[in-house]
Write a protein that binds this ligand. Structure first.
Ligand code: ACO
Length: 424
């Protein structure tokens, strides 16, 4: 085994070095503090491996993303979201019988308790669907108490996976004031979601297969992304042995921020702003470079990818295909293309290796599918759910898991005496 040497004040310490299955190197600093008295300082955790994981592999320099070893390009082309969910959660692709059983379990658990509908009623119609979604995710733990019994955990995982779709569609129905539509067992996962979103009691709703396939693709591409902000949050919360509903609800909240899953909504708002401002993309590229401005190109840049995000590549092409198949023209697509082109030829973006990320084109496809902008981040959550569950399960079953508890470097006042109020 190789080792890494660290010298602090002329004293030498040795730490084990190990490799992942793709030969990524890690220095094991678990004993750093007890051996040296020092801690590792790494704000934003850009260099910190928080766990060992066999779920998702990313090589950000090469633009590689694989779930359980399968390239995202192959899964996007050949697989379905339910199959990918099985793969992420169980570690391997299902055979036909396993997939059938998995689908049946999803159908069995898809309905939510009728009392959950009363919770929706308490929210104003203007509430952001992510606020409601987060509350609904944690509310499931009130309806399905979790014990640390493996069988109950497994059932609750299936409940969460099945019901999240119903809750997401109900969030939309609530926001537009339409009656909730109950799930159907004869439709595929994505078809059923579209049915619950768009069916009305007054007219029959036929799911367009192009729309269902496009949605399924989007969900597949969002299904996991290793230790990102929301997945790490799920693990962090779960490390205290909080149940899967509570941990995933925390993940929903982490996802909402505009630097993470909330970026898909921000991208469309940015493209609309550019459109209303006359469509001058260069003006906005310049603004993004201006250090006196807080403006950033939303949907650009990534902590891990310093090359094309492979999901963005797939979605850039899918955006064309879907809009053509649905005979939709969206001027925002042209603005997005112009913006991408201007940024990719600009030294600022080239030097910093800033490329479009998954959120850059996803919103344009969601718009074409009829999904409103304020639901985009809920759609991301729906896609990311199997990843969160897989990360939670791996963390929960790993004997090496300890409660997550980072250290800090204290920079406040040193000890001082309390002063009475009249002497301050
Ligand atoms: N527009 C303009 N400049 C940018 C952008 C951007 N979108 N992203 C990064 N930069 C610049 C930074 O200003 C910084 O420049 P500097 O070195 O001169 O100070 C440099 O590039 C590095 O950026 P950091 O913020 O240090 O990178 P970090 O890894 O911390 O952040 C993040 C990554 C949050 C994704 C960032 O690129 C960003 O804010 N992008 C826009 C929001 C977005 O699209 N988020 C979705 C991410 S994907 C996802 O979560 C699904």
């Amino acid at each position: 085994m190789s080792t890494a040497k660290l010298i602090i004040n002329d004293k030498e310490f040795e730490f084990p070095v190990f490799e992942g299955s793709e030969h990524e190197l890690a220095i094991d600093v678990a004993k750093l503090r007890s051996a040296t008295g020092a801690i590792a300082y790494d704000p934003g955790y850009g260099n910190t491996g928080s766990c060992m994981s066999s779920i998702t592999y990313i090589d950000g320099d090469q633009g590689i993303l694989r779930y359980r070893g399968y390239p995202i390009e192959q899964l996007a082309e050949k697989s379905t979201f339910v199959e990918v969910a099985y793969l992420l959660i169980n570690g391997r692709l299902p055979n036909a019988d396993e997939l059938d059983k998995f689908n049946k379990r999803l159908i069995k658990h898809v309905m939510v308790h009728e009392d959950i509908k009363k919770l929706f009623e308490a929210y104003p119609p203007s509430a952001h669907p992510m606020a409601v979604m987060s509350a609904m995710a944690i509310s499931l733990s009130a309806f399905h108490p979790d014990l640390l019994d493996p069988e109950i955990i497994d059932t609750n995982i299936m409940r969460l996976l099945a019901k999240f779709k119903t809750l997401a569609a109900f969030c939309y129905k609530k926001s537009v004031g339409q009656p909730y539509v109950y799930p159907r067992s004869d439709l595929s996962y994505s078809e059923d979601f579209l049915h619950m979103m768009f069916a009305l009691p007054t007219e029959p709703y036929h799911v367009n297969p192009v729309v269902a396939r496009a949605l399924d693709l989007l969900l597949v591409l969002h299904a996991d992304h290793e230790q990102n902000c929301s997945a790490s949050t799920v693990r962090m919360v779960g490390s205290s042995q909080a149940n899967v509903f509570a941990s995933v609800a925390a993940g929903v909240n982490a996802l909402w921020g505009p630097l993470h899953g909330g970026a898909n909504q921000e991208v469309i708002m940015m493209l609309e702003e550019i459109q209303h401002d006359g469509g001058d993309v260069q003006k906005y590229v310049n603004l993004a470079k201006d250090k006196n401005s807080k403006f950033r190109l939303m949907g650009f840049g990534h902590r891990v990818y310093k090359n094309f995000d492979p999901r963005a590549k797939i979605l850039a092409k899918a955006a064309d295909d879907v809009l053509n198949a649905l005979h939709v023209t969206d001027p925002l697509l042209d603005i997005a293309r112009g913006l991408e082109d201007a940024a990719l030829h600009d030294d600022y973006f080239v030097e910093r290796k800033l490329y479009p990320n998954v959120d850059f084109y996803s919103g344009i496809i969601y718009r074409a599918l009829g999904i409103p902008t304020n639901m985009f981040t809920v759609m991301f959550a729906l896609g990311r759910l199997p990843g969160w569950i897989a990360q939670w399960k791996e963390m929960h079953n790993d004997p090496a898991t300890r409660i997550n508890r980072p250290r800090q470097i204290y920079t406040g006042e040193t000890v001082r005496d309390y002063t009475p109020i009249d002497q301050r």
